[in-house]
Design a protein around this ligand. Structure first.
Ligand SMILES: CC(C)(COP(=O)(O)OP(=O)(O)OC[C@H]1O[C@@H](n2cnc3c(N)ncnc32)[C@H](O)[C@@H]1OP(=O)(O)O)[C@@H](O)C(=O)NCCC(=O)NCCS
Length: 314
């Protein structure tokens, strides 16, 4: 077995301050709770409140993760923030997090791969830890999708929510941590989904059906490839944490694999599609139940198109 690097020391999350149910959206859009639940699985989501944005959520999630690990901002030596909705193009959300957590001088950068951002950033964190360039990494997935979604467009406005998840990783002894990753992208499929920066008129567009088909195919494909090439059996997988775009995508993918459906983590019912945050916001719900020696597979897919999966040994 290969050495693992990037043991999780602490986890935290922050969600937008406004709870928005399907019933709330029925009042402002031509939609209904039954359609949204049946077609997506989403019942409610969290929108940023006044004064909140992607960077404030990322900072709050980071503070929670550091507190959980019993560490402070000065104890990390790299901050990676996966996001596509930083409040400004410059500075990066990661820089703003560094300021908020009291980590002056610590390297900080954003990684942009849409809903796949966390899985991409996890592979970078792993490499930095494995190479010795960093000893502890603060790894964040954060997005305020309501800043780029057209609130009047019922085909997208019901899907997304705002949130951030953070994990503190340490190089570790090689027993526990990331083992392997798959990364992919195909810019020929860029027209299937795009959005401008927060604050611009260029709101999110997607071809939902095509993105759906792609996601339902790539999710099991990547998972099975990752397990096979590392000699890990489906029985050894304690949790699969996929990007949370649509419950139907998740169920269709799980039916194609040998991993029992009860091992898949779903949070979209409460939080909607939180883009780069959708995987790390799951960690606080499962952290205490993680069983050493087993595995967690995290699977991202999204605009770009982009896709990535990570194998983590607990
Ligand atoms: C977006 C998505 C939920 C749409 O579900 P779908 O079953 O494909 O639905 P369609 O887009 O075919 O629309 C079906 C009908 O519902 C309607 N509809 C769309 N949004 C609606 C809403 N919020 N409420 C009610 N009806 C709605 C459509 O107008 C359409 O009506 P029509 O047949 O009269 O034209 C689904 O395609 C999806 O989740 N795709 C993946 C998206 C994704 O993952 N994006 C993020 C990148 S990871």
């Amino acid at each position: 077995m290969s050495d693992a690097a990037g043991k999780i020391l602490g986890v935290g999350r922050a969600l937008g301050g406004r709870v928005v149910t399907n019933q709330d959206l029925e009042k402002v859009l031509d939609t209904d709770d039954a359609w949204v639940v049946e077609r997506t699985g989403i019942k409610e989501r969290r929108f940023v409140a006044e004064g909140e944005d992607c960077a404030t959520l990322a900072a709050d999630a980071s503070k929670a993760a550091l507190a959980h690990a019993g560490l402070s901002g000065e104890d990390v030596d790299l901050i990676l923030c996966a996001t596509s909705t930083a409040p400004e193009s410059m500075p990066s959300a990661a820089c703003l997090v560094g300021e908020a957590i009291g980590a002056p001088g610590v390297g900080a950068m954003d990684i942009s791969a849409a809903c796949t951002g966390y899985s991409y950033a996890a592979s970078v964190a792993h490499s930095m830890l494995e190479s010795g360039a960093a000893r502890r990494v603060l790894l964040i997935g954060a997005d305020a999708m309501t800043k780029v979604v057209d609130a009047q467009d019922r085909s997208t406005a019901v899907l997304f929510g705002d949130g951030a998840g953070a994990v503190v990783l340490e190089r570790g002894s090689g027993e526990s941590g990331f083992v392997d990753h798959i990364l992919g992208a195909d810019g020929r499929m860029a027209p299937l989904g795009r959005a401008g920066h927060p604050g611009t008129q260029n709101k999110l567009y997607q071809n939902g059906r095509e993105v759906f088909k792609f996601a339902a195919r790539i999710f099991p494909e990547m998972t099975e490839k990752l397990l096979a090439r590392n000699g890990v059996s489906p029985d050894e997988v304690q949790y699969v944490i996929p990007h949370q775009a649509n419950a139907r995508i998740i169920h269709a993918a799980m039916r194609k694999m040998e991993i029992p459906e009860e091992r898949v983590v779903i949070n979209l019912t409460r939080f909607g599609n939180t883009s780069a945050a959708s995987i790390p916001i799951s960690y606080p719900d499962i952290f205490d139940s993680l069983e050493p020696g087993r595995y967690v597979v995290t699977v991202g897919f999204g605009f770009g198109l982009t896709w990535a999966a990570n194998l983590y040994r607990i």
